[in-house]
Design a protein. Structure first.
Length: 71
């Protein structure tokens, strides 16, 4: 049986984690959240890009790179 989810709720949840400075939300953890939310947004045709929360801290692969907000 197929179930549905609310895409906006998932995006809000992901954005909250990605913006968090909690020490448990590592770069690897946030990378997984990014992969998950991008898949949901693309599959539901709701992908509208993202922005880095701090452009000065956005080097590829760093914690800052995954500290972002999806639209």
């Amino acid at each position: 049986m197929a179930k549905t989810i609310n895409v906006q709720q998932m995006k809000d949840w992901a954005n909250g984690i990605l913006a968090s400075t909690d020490e448990f939300f590592t770069a690897h953890y946030k990378a997984g959240i990014c992969s998950m939310i991008e898949k949901i947004l693309h599959e539901s045709k709701n992908y509208n890009g993202f922005m880095f929360i701090n452009n000065e801290d956005s080097d590829h692969g760093t914690l800052g790179y995954f500290t972002r907000k999806y639209f």
